[in-house]
Design a protein around this ligand. Structure first.
Ligand SMILES: Cc1ncc(COP(=O)(O)O)c(C=O)c1O
Length: 392
């Protein structure tokens, strides 16, 4: 096995690769001289087995229409069984060209214009954007702050199910931007309520493979019969293996009634067709990636610790909410007493660093920022230095 730490420590120049992280700086932040620690892809290299599998295919002279091989589906099934104890059957699965698209398809299929869909902010912003852009109405079940993080408000969830009658809820499991691995008991309760009130649960599990020590990912559909009956699950290798530019994800629906309707609608519209390269990348990732992911998670955890130490010393009034999953860290700057616009101005125009504005995940995110530490350690150190300089 290669020395991953050494590999991850090397800074990679991503200029001139059409990377959103760089190319969109001017448009979104008003300047380009920023250290980009925002959009959720990593500045870390792709596992060699993935690149080799792609290169093998690219050496063939014809790139015609293609169909995912059975070994692709089996690789997903095997990975989910061995990593999460999640049992999936082949007929329960469909290919989907990206998770945000998958969520949009589910909204379009399971709800009608004017229907309501529930989200739990602060949460990954496309949940709201996609719902509203499709002329559905968002109802919020905000997370509640606890002493050491956040929790789901199950009483309020029942209240909105009973009073607002949403047709669907979009669950972020694990939860971006805070990195929460939802406990099985919480998911079981969501499932029971969803079944009682006839709500479809769309579970976005894209961050489910990057789980920090002491926690584990619980696939929603696995927690109970209720959960299997009401859910549409989306997963992908894109965050875990840093292959988000090769859009490929998968969907699991356990309930035959939900599945038959949704899958035939997806197929009728050509939404389930895979590109030539996405299954190749996913299969190589899931077949060969277990040790790589373990090393990656260890590296990310050390990055989070480095950030915590540096900010604790340099900005003691800031709070780092340590994620249980993934490479995105939720930073609480409310203790600094700055209004939100001043906070952003200082970070962008004084610190010269691009983070995700906490308020983009919901109004509850004012005073917060999300930082991406899926990068070499030296970037984390430089990012912390800039933040301290901007906000001290
Ligand atoms: C929770 C969550 N879902 C979906 C996505 C994007 O998935 P895709 O690129 O497959 O649409 C992201 C990317 O950051 C995410 O954090």
């Amino acid at each position: 096995m290669i020395n991953c730490k050494e590999l991850f420590d090397n800074a990679i120049d991503r200029h001139a690769t059409c990377a959103v992280k760089y190319e969109m700086l001017d448009e979104l932040f008003g300047r380009h001289d920023l250290l980009p620690m925002w959009v959720a892809d990593m500045d870390l290299p792709v596992m060699p087995e993935i690149t080799e599998a792609l290169a093998r295919r690219l050496s063939h002279p014809v790139f015609g229409y293609s169909v995912p091989p059975e070994s692709y589906w089996q690789a997903i099934i095997d990975w989910q069984r061995s990593r999460n104890g999640f049992e999936i059957r082949r007929e329960e699965m469909l290919h989907v060209p990206g998770i945000v698209k998958g969520i949009a398809y589910a909204i379009n299929y399971f709800t009608s214009v004017g229907d309501k869909a529930a989200i739990q902010p602060p949460v990954y912003h496309p949940f709201r954007n996609v719902t509203e852009a499709n002329r559905r109405i968002v109802v919020e079940n905000p997370l509640v702050e606890t002493n050491d993080g956040y929790d789901m408000d199950l009483n309020h969830l029942e209240h909105i199910f009973a009073s607002e009658h949403p047709r669907l809820i979009i669950l972020c499991n694990p939860h971006n931007p805070i990195g929460i691995c939802w406990p099985a008991a919480t998911l079981r309760k969501v499932a029971a309520l969803a079944r009682q009130y006839g709500v479809v649960v769309v579970s976005d599990e894209i961050h489910g493979d990057l789980i920090h020590k002491g926690f584990h990912h619980t696939p929603f559909a696995s927690v109970s019969d209720d959960a299997a009956a009401v859910s549409v699950t989306f997963g992908a290798p894109s965050k875990t293996f840093n292959v988000a530019g090769i859009t490929g994800s998968w969907c699991v629906v356990k309930n035959p009634e939900l599945r038959e309707g949704f899958f035939s609608w997806m197929e009728a519209n050509g939404f389930a067709e895979a590109s030539l390269e996405a299954p190749i990348v996913a299969e190589a990732a899931y077949r060969h990636g277990a040790e790589w992911v373990d090393n990656l998670v260890e590296y990310i955890a050390a990055n989070i610790s480095e950030l915590e130490t540096l900010l604790h010393e340099g900005l003691p009034k800031a709070r780092v909410i340590r994620p249980q999953a993934s490479f995105l860290v939720w930073l609480d700057f409310r203790g600094l007493g700055l209004d939100h616009n001043t906070l952003i101005d200082r970070i962008v125009n004084h610190g010269h660093i691009a983070l995700n504005d906490g308020a983009m995940f919901g109004s509850q995110g004012a005073g917060f920022m999300r930082i991406n530490v899926g990068c070499p350690r030296c970037t984390v150190v430089e990012g912390a230095r800039r933040l301290i300089e901007a906000l001290r």
